[in-house]
Design a protein around this ligand. Structure first.
Ligand code: SAM
Length: 337
C-alpha cells in the first residue's frame, strides 16, 4: 500500500473527499482507502502502482479546488529521534532540503520547530545542505503525536510550499484589508510572476488592499469600485480611481491593456465571471486574471462548475483553489485564450 497525506479546510471535507474519489478513479482501478487523521487532514492509501508524482500531476492539471496540500508518506515511525536516519535512503545528497513538520494535536509532546531543528541537524551532519526558503527537496512530517508520517518530495509537487498549505504573511502597518493576503497567496499558489507587469485592472478594488499589493510591486493600477477607496490608495499617483460599477467601466471601451486583471467583486459568481469575460479584451495576450468566486454553501459545486464554464469562453483555467486566506470563496487563475 502507498500512502499520501492530503490537507484541506475542514469546512469543505466532503467536497475534498469527492475530489479525491474522482481523482483516484481516474488513476487506478484498484482499491483506495480514505481515512481521517484530523478534521482537516486525510490519509489516502492506494494499492497497486500509483506513485506520488502521478497523483500530484493529476491534481495540478485538474480543477480540484479543495485539495490544498499533499505530501507523500515514505515511512512511518513513532519516534522523531530516528527519523533522519530512516529518511536518508529517500533523500538526495545533491539537493538542498528543508523540513516541514505539522503537528495535528494542540498539545504536542515536541514542537514542530524542535522536530525541524533536530532532524535538520542530523541531515546536515550527513552532508546535506539546508535551504529553508527555496529547498529542492522537502521532508514533510505530519504527526498526531502517536505516529510520524514522513515523506520526501519536490516542494512543487506538494501544491504549496507551506506545511498543510497554511500560509501566513507578516502583517504590515500599512495594511488596508486582510484581503491583501488572498492576492499574495494566489500569486504564489498559481506561480504568477509579476516582475514584468506594468499595469493592472482591479475590479471591486475598495477599500484597496489588492491595489496596494499591486502598486507595491511597481504596477500602475486602474481601481474600479462604486465604494470609496482608502485615501492612502486613492491619493497614490500610480492608481487611477474609477468610482463606479465594473459594468459601467467596461462599457466605456477605454483604450488600455493590462498585464493582470484581478476581480474580488462581492457579487454572484456567474455575474462576476461574465464581467471578467467582458474585460478579457483588456488583458494583454500573455496576461493573467485572478478572480474570487463567492460561494453559497448549498449550491457550491454547481456554482463553481457553472462559473468555470463561463470563464472558459474567454480564458484557459490555470487553477482553482480554496486558499488558506479564502473564507467562503475559491480563487481562480486564468490566462487569455
Ligand atoms: C471583498 S471587497 C474587495 C476587497 C479588495 N479586494 C481589497 O483588497 O480591499 C468587494 C468589493 O466589491 C465591490 N463591488 C460589488 N459589486 C461591484 C460592481 N458591480 N462593480 C465594482 N465593484 C463592485 C464592493 O463595493 C466591494 O468594495
Amino acid at each position: 500500500m502507498k500512502k499520501l497525506i492530503i490537507s484541506f479546510n475542514s469546512s469543505y471535507r466532503q467536497y475534498t473527499v469527492n475530489e479525491i474519489n474522482n481523482l483516484c478513479r481516474q488513476i487506478t482501478k484498484e482499491n483506495f482507502i480514505i481515512s481521517d487523521l484530523s478534521s482537516d487532514v486525510i490519509v489516502l492509501e492506494f494499492s497497486g502502482i500509483v506513485n506520488y508524482m502521478e497523483f500530484s500531476e493529476l491534481v495540478r492539471s485538474s480543477t480540484c479546488a479543495f485539495i490544498r496540500h499533499i505530501c507523500p508518506v515514505d515511512f512511518e515511525t513513532d519516534n522523531y529521534l530516528d527519523m533522519a536516519a530512516k529518511a536518508l535512503p529517500y533523500c538526495d545528497t545533491e539537493l538542498t532540503f528543508s523540513i516541514q513538520t505539522r503537528c495535528l494535536t494542540e498539545e504536542h509532546k515536541t514542537s514542530p520547530s524542535e522536530i525541524n531543528k533536530f532532524t535538520a541537524g542530523e541531515l546536515i551532519k550527513n552532508g546535506f545542505t539546508l535551504n529553508v526558503k527555496n529547498p529542492e527537496q522537502v521532508i514533510s512530517i505530519v504527526t498526531n503525536d502517536e505516529v510520524y508520517y514522513v515523506g520526501i518530495s519536490n516542494a512543487r509537487l506538494n501544491l504549496s510550499n507551506w506545511p498543510g498549505g497554511i500560509r501566513h504573511f507578516a502583517v504590515e502597518k500599512e495594511q488596508i484589508s486582510r484581503s491583501e493576503f488572498k492576492l499574495l497567496e494566489a500569486l504564489e499558489v498559481f506561480e504568477i510572476d509579476t516582475d514584468n507587469f506594468k499595469t493592472a485592472l482591479d475590479l471591486g478594488a475598495a477599500p484597496g488592499g489588492w491595489t496596494r499589493m499591486l502598486t507595491k510591486r511597481g504596477i500602475n493600477v486602474a481601481a474600479v469600485d462604486p465604494s470609496k477607496l482608502d485615501a492612502r490608495i486613492s491619493n497614490n499617483k500610480n492608481v487611477k480611481v474609477f468610482q463606479e460599477k465594473a459594468e459601467v467601466y467596461l462599457l466605456k471601451n477605454v483604450n488600455a491593456k493590462f498585464d493582470i486583471i484581478v476581480n474580488d467583486m462581492r457579487m454572484d459568481s456567474n455575474d462576476s465571471c461574465r464581467l471578467m469575460n467582458e474585460a478579457s479584451h483588456y488583458l494583454s495576450s500573455d496576461g493573467y486574471g485572478i478572480i474570487t468566486l463567492k460561494l453559497i454553501p448549498e449550491k457550491l459545486m454547481k456554482q463553481i462548475g457553472k462559473s468555470l464554464e463561463i470563464l472558459r469562453n474567454k480564458y484557459d483555467i490555470v487553477g482553482v483553489r480554496q486558499l488558506f486566506h479564502n473564507r467562503n470563496e475559491v480563487t481562480v487563475a486564468v490566462k487569455r485564450k
